[in-house]
Design a protein around this ligand. Structure first.
Ligand SMILES: Cc1cc2nc3c(=O)[nH]c(=O)nc-3n(C[C@H](O)[C@H](O)[C@H](O)COP(=O)(O)OP(=O)(O)OC[C@H]3O[C@@H](n4cnc5c(N)ncnc54)[C@H](O)[C@@H]3O)c2cc1C
Ligand code: SF4
Length: 434
């Protein structure tokens, strides 16, 4: 697949969590108790057999360890880096109930999956050709996981991706101190390495190819088109220094950004994208970075462990403050007009004030784009998300869905699980002819 350019702004970021050496990995894996009920497995949306892959590292079987991971989650390499393990597997490790640090499952998973990538171990081959064709819409984690599993069963798969890169937000969105875009591309190559997955880049569905055309060419469709563009406060149009946070992150992950005249930056929002954005601006050299949130520090939606790291890096929070409009001079925002909010996030009358800024990133969520399926009768959309049953089946025969466009925006590991499980359901449908 096409590679992202080498001179990307994100290249300045170092790994936030350093990789384990062999000795460190063995020492950590030997601490695992191989619990009979292994709560860590239940906490993983892809239910990787965590104690088994850890045991294999301890016994020196790193190749077997990697296979155990990939059997459940073909995106195990990126998940090892980007998963919020603190609230998933590591957060549920039994050691948390004692006075001992939990097993560093993410770092061990990274050790095994990196070893597989570096050594070029390949574990999977395409199944015997079934003669069935499946279209995957979107080239992010959900579609990649679905496409790989479908190829294992021998179905022919075509991915339609509107951008000119694959990997979805794993390539264009996740913080570079967790994983850079080129590492996500390595994973895309690893997934496509099974062979026989056709990729059509720069093709938007249903804009460039209609649903009717897809249904006449393919036996089943997997919808994995994620979420839409950033939402805005209002009044940003034409302001050259106000950007949607996800859009801005994509710009510096895939190319260059000029922040030479930015001393004070504001990020509006209190979720994980807002926290990523403030840490990224600090890492890109902006000296005064503040996150403006309408609730309290304790009430923000972003993970507390990420916010703690942001504070250590010098970011400040502006709490109980809600943006109202922009102060503008010659097409640029010079500041954000805000009001204070009370404990229930209601605006406090007479509390208007301006916070000066050279750059503003708006991180108040992404639009949901379930309306894309309007031409597919029977596919239900609620609150902008595609409605499915537990298997991923929509209300239309042969149409399945997974990832952010179904769950409203969770994590890469949820998209990987829903893509994989939808592929299982599609296989049953295609072979059972239901
Ligand atoms: C800034 C940011 C940081 C994040 N950080 C993390 C993190 O650290 N850890 C974590 O686990 N999760 C993180 N997430 C969430 C995670 O990235 C998503 O949950 C995951 O990528 C969802 O996968 P997906 O395949 O459903 O959607 P996406 O990754 O969004 O992929 C969807 C793909 O579909 C394409 N597409 C859209 N519309 C069309 C169309 N009409 N036709 C064809 N193609 C289309 C898009 O271009 C995109 O490539 C982050 C999200 C954001 C926004
Ligand atoms: S809960 Fe912790 S100690 Fe128990 S199996 Fe999982 S990682 Fe090992």
């Amino acid at each position: 697949m096409g590679r992202v350019p080498a001179d990307r702004a994100e290249a300045v970021f170092e790994d936030f969590k350093a990789a384990y050496s062999l000795q460190q990995a063995i020492a950590e894996s030997e601490r695992c108790l191989y619990c009979y009920d292994a709560p860590c497995i239940q906490a993983c949306p892809t239910t990787i057999d965590i104690p088994t892959f850890i045991r294999k590292i301890a016994t020196g079987n790193v190749k077997g360890s990697a296979k155990t991971i990939f059997d459940s989650n073909i995106l195990g390499m990126s998940c090892a880096r980007v998963c919020p393990v603190e609230v998933l597997c590591v957060g549920d490790c039994v050691y948390n109930r004692e006075d001992s640090p939990p097993i560093q499952i993410g770092k061990l998973q990274r050790f095994a999956t990196d070893a597989a990538f570096e050594a070029g171990w390949r574990f999977y081959e395409a199944g015997a050709d079934t003669g069935k064709k499946v279209a995957c819409i979107g080239g992010g984690p959900a579609s990649l996981a679905a496409a790989h599993r479908l190829r294992m069963y021998g179905h022919s798969v075509t991915i339609f991706e509107k951008r000119d890169v694959l990997g979805g937000l794993n390539t264009t969105g996740v913080a570079p101190y967790k994983m850079r875009a080129d590492r996500s591309e390595d994973e895309v190559d690893w997934v496509l390495g099974i062979g026989g997955i056709e990729v059509r880049l720069g093709v938007s569905v249903p804009g460039d190819v209609s649903w009717a055309e897809l249904e006449s060419e393919f036996d089943a469709i997997f919808l994995g088109f994620g979420l839409g563009p950033d939402k805005f406060v209002g009044g940003e149009e034409g302001l050259s220094n106000v950007h949607g946070a996800v859009d801005f992150i994509e710009q510096f992950k895939l190319g260059a950004v000029d922040l030479s005249d930015v001393k004070r930056a504001l990020v509006l929002g209190g979720g994980n994208t807002a926290i990523d954005a403030v840490r990224e601006l600090r890492g890109l050299g902006v000296s005064d970075v503040r996150m403006v949130y309408r609730g309290s520090e304790a009430a923000m939606a972003g993970y507390q462990h990420e916010w703690k790291a942001a504070k250590v890096e010098g970011v400040r929070g502006v709490w109980h403050t809600s943006p109202v409009s922009y102060e503008v001079d010659e097409g640029r925002a010079t500041g954000v007009r805000c009001v204070l909010t009370d404990e229930s996030k209601k605006k406090v009358p007479g509390s208007e004030h301006v916070i000066d800024a050279d750059l503003v990133l708006v991180a108040i969520g992404q639009a949901k784009i379930g309306e894309l399926v309007a031409g597919l009768d029977g596919v239900q959309v609620e609150w902008g998300c595609v409605v499915t049953d537990a298997s991923g089946a929509t209300g239309r025969k042969g149409v399945y869905c997974g990832g952010d466009c179904r769950n409203g925006g969770k994590e890469v590991v949820n998209a990987a699980a829903e893509g994989r499980d939808s592929a299982e359901a599609i296989h049953a449908y295609l072979m059972g002819g239901q």
